[in-house]
Design a protein around this ligand. Structure first.
Ligand SMILES: Cc1cc2nc3c(=O)[nH]c(=O)nc-3n(C[C@H](O)[C@H](O)[C@H](O)COP(=O)(O)OP(=O)(O)OC[C@H]3O[C@@H](n4cnc5c(N)ncnc54)[C@H](O)[C@@H]3O)c2cc1C
Ligand code: FES
Length: 254
């Protein structure tokens, strides 16, 4: 079930250069699952389209959702000035979310793909090895992963912390095995993780990102290429906002 409502901002803090953590009170928390996202609307009428941001943490008891986002343009710059007591128009939870499977899982996040893996790591039923990739030693959320994952492996582009290289370099170096892999991050990273999963015969879910308009499956503005013909569009397309953002790595063209 998705709702559109005026949510109250409870807290906003800066986690790293250009990275913000926003907690809102919303009834969307009642229905949200890891891997779903919400649309946040701008108060500036010239920013017509809402901005999709993944859910980083869900607190059903408190009725809150937490989002962690990078400031990149007009919308996210506006959101970064929100403070406790302000309101934000939101719609959500949107998308399908991650199925919670496996006795042994690897969760892989790259850059701004790290945040949605936090709630997933919390809710997975078995052991979780978290592999998180960052540009440098701005390791936002990494301490929180140490609380919820069985193991945390860090990879950095500049080699300042952990494995010098990509998340897949870290997976190879640590000879990681699991029943299931979950990944969110830039497409080249998803492609490499999916290849690692295929080579090791591990089921793999990827969370995709495309530019979005309606966010609810109506406009076909966010399609990605699928291996099979889609029931809805009758072509090799999947709507990231409604059929995804989570897909089996074997379902989509990466
Ligand atoms: C399912 C999903 C989950 C996401 N989760 C997160 C998250 O947890 N944290 C985070 O930092 N970012 C996330 N993003 C990316 C985020 O939506 C964009 O960074 C944001 O929309 C940029 O808006 P802007 O106005 O600041 O930038 P502008 O560049 O000014 O935006 C212009 C337009 O392009 C769209 N757009 C720009 N970049 C993206 C992008 N990468 N993906 C989709 N639309 C884009 C905007 O929504 C807007 O309509 C997610 C995107 C998707 C599709
Ligand atoms: S954004 Fe309209 S169908 Fe996905």
């Amino acid at each position: 079930m998705k709702i559109k409502e005026t949510a109250k901002v409870l807290n906003q803090s800066k986690l790293a250069e250009g990275i913000f953590s926003l907690t809102i009170a919303t009834t969307a928390s009642e229905y949200a699952i890891p891997g779903q996202f919400i649309n946040i609307f701008s108060k500036d009428a010239s920013n017509l389209l809402p901005r999709p941001i993944s859910i980083c943490e869900i607190d059903k008891a408190a009725g809150t959702l937490r989002m962690v986002y990078r400031v990149v343009g007009k919308g996210t710059t506006e959101f970064s000035s929100l403070k406790a007591g302000d309101t934000a128009e939101i719609m959500g939870p949107l998308g399908n979310g991650f199925p919670l499977e496996g006795e042994k899982a690897i969760v892989v996040g790259g850059g701004i793909g790290v945040p949605p893996m936090l709630e997933l790591a919390k809710q997975l039923p078995g052991s979780v090895t978290a592999v998180m990739g960052y540009r440098n030693d701005d390791l936002f959320l990494s301490e929180e992963f140490t609380d919820v994952a069985s193991d945390l492996i860090i990879a950095t582009d500049d080699g300042s912390v952990g494995v010098h290289g990509t998340v897949v370099d870290a997976m190879v170096e640590n000879e990681l095995e699991a029943d299931v892999i979950y990944a969110c991050g830039p497409k080249p990273m998803l492609r490499a993780v999916a290849q690692y999963a295929a080579e090791h015969n591990i089921k793999c879910y990827v969370s995709m990102e495309e530019r979005m308009a309606c966010g609810v499956g109506a406009c076909l503005g966010c399609v990605c290429q699928s291996k099979d013909v889609d029931d809805h569009s009758h072509v090799h397309n999947k709507r990231v906002c409604k059929d995804g953002p989570v897909f089996l790595s074997t379902e989509v063209v990466l």
